[in-house]
Write a protein that binds this ligand. Structure first.
Ligand code: SF4
Ligand code: SF4
Length: 399
């Protein structure tokens, strides 16, 4: 991790005017201007005892997008959680959510022989091409999404142990993120890759911004989001659209999409429109949209917080116009699919990858609901029985 002074520069620590704008816009806490100002002052001086935000924030990341001074209010919050973690560690119920602990809710799901074969193929020692797709743990959980013509041209390269550390960052566990930055820097050094394409905005933001800027990681390749890569290849004539789509969809934005900005979120819509879809929006959307719920478990490591906050967004999406929900983040797809099982009569959840493959004339196996069922069963088996345990632990991200 960078030393404190460098970090203060990167995160623009001195630019905070304590205006409260970030917290007034928070969709999860209802602050007046005066309360927001008092809260940001508490966060800035590390008052973990009386700050409501440090206790109740659901880690949605949106306040960074609300700050007019680029003063990183979100990092001010999670860096306070880091202090809490260093003193107290984590409750044992969090263990099942940790990507580098075993068992965990992605790696230890049942996988078919076809899925295991894809995992093995993607974990090759050397990169299969100069332009590769980083799967991230969410695509590794639903590997059948990444087959067909697109992935003949964009081979997947990665495995569980190349975790980008996003969950640790969102929980404010900064030493584990720093170790991951170091490990990934060492692994990718000298590898013959020109471009790494990401299908998950979380991994894309971690490799492009968070790991290099806040944790000193260095990667010898350009990073590109899948939508941009696909649009570019389509324009070059690499792909021919055989099946123009006709569905009407409501957009769900990812937390990292909000941070990556309006242009990024517009490009996700633009690809779907060019494929033929009609786009609808929820009443509060884009930067002001709601999280899929996964981040809501990051403060108190509580599955209940995750379910309640995720349900709020699922209800919002189901009430909006559009026959299906369009999702461009594999993490949001997996989380909302878990919630869909609890509320099965709403809209179908479809990833951009599926729409792109459909437009190329392919039918895509829909494994997300089955995977979601296994995630819920795993939580019931491994996390819930430890819910009230006082046992605590520290993360070893090198595992
Ligand atoms: S972080 Fe930004 S928006 Fe929040 S109080 Fe500071 S300057 Fe204002
Ligand atoms: S991260 Fe989200 S929930 Fe937390 S204070 Fe910022 S906007 Fe509110």
């Amino acid at each position: 991790m960078m030393d404190k002074e460098d970090l203060r520069d990167v995160l623009n620590w001195d630019r905070c005017k304590e205006c409260g704008e970030c917290l007034i816009n928070c969709r999860y806490m209802d602050f007046s201007k005066q309360e927001a100002i008092e809260e940001i002052k508490k966060i800035n001086r590390g008052d973990v005892v009386s700050s409501k935000v440090i206790k109740r924030c659901i880690s949605c990341y949106a306040c960074d997008a609300f700050c007019p001074n680029d003063a990183h209010p979100y990092e001010r919050i999670v860096y306070n959680w880091d202090y809490r973690y260093k003193i107290k560690g984590l409750p044992i119920r969090a263990s099942y959510l940790m990507p580098t602990r075993r068992p965990n809710f992605r790696q230890d799901l049942p996988y078919s022989s076809k899925e295991k074969a894809l995992h093995r193929k993607w974990a090759s020692e050397t990169p299969p091409a100069k332009v590769v797709l980083y799967p991230g743990c969410n695509l590794l959980s639903m590997p059948l999404l990444a087959q067909g013509e697109i992935f003949d041209k964009l081979p997947v390269w990665g495995s569980w142990d190349k975790c980008c550390g996003e969950m640790y960052f969102r929980m404010g566990l900064l030493d584990p993120v720093a170790k991951i930055a170091e490990k990934l820097t060492k692994f990718y050094k000298g590898k013959d890759i020109e471009e790494m394409v990401f299908v998950c905005p979380a991994g894309y933001n971690m490799f492009t911004n968070v790991l290099p800027e806040q944790f000193g990681a260095k990667f010898p390749f350009k990073t590109t989001f899948f939508t941009d890569w696909f649009l570019n290849e389509w324009e070059k004539g690499t792909f021919e659209i055989k099946n123009r789509l006709h569905e009407s969809v409501v957009m769900h934005d990812s937390c990292h999409g909000r941070i990556l900005g309006d242009d990024f979120m517009n490009r996700q819509r633009s690809l779907l429109e060019r494929l033929g879809l009609t786009i609808h929006e929820t009443s509060q959307n884009r930067t002001h949209g709601l999280c899929c719920g996964v981040a809501a478990g990051c403060n108190k490591y509580s599955v209940l917080d995750l379910l309640l906050n995720g349900m709020k967004q699922l209800w919002t999406l189901d009430r909006a116009k559009g026959d299906e929900v369009a999702i461009y983040c594999t993490g949001c797809l997996l989380t909302l699919s878990c919630l869909r099982l609890l509320n099965p009569f709403g809209k179908r959840l479809v990833h951009t990858l599926e729409y792109a493959r459909n437009a190329l004339g392919e039918s895509v196996p829909r494994g997300n609901q089955t995977k979601a069922l296994w995630v819920l069963l795993g939580i019931t088996r491994y996390a819930l029985p430890t819910y009230f345990s006082s046992q605590r632990f520290y993360v070893n991200s090198e595992q």
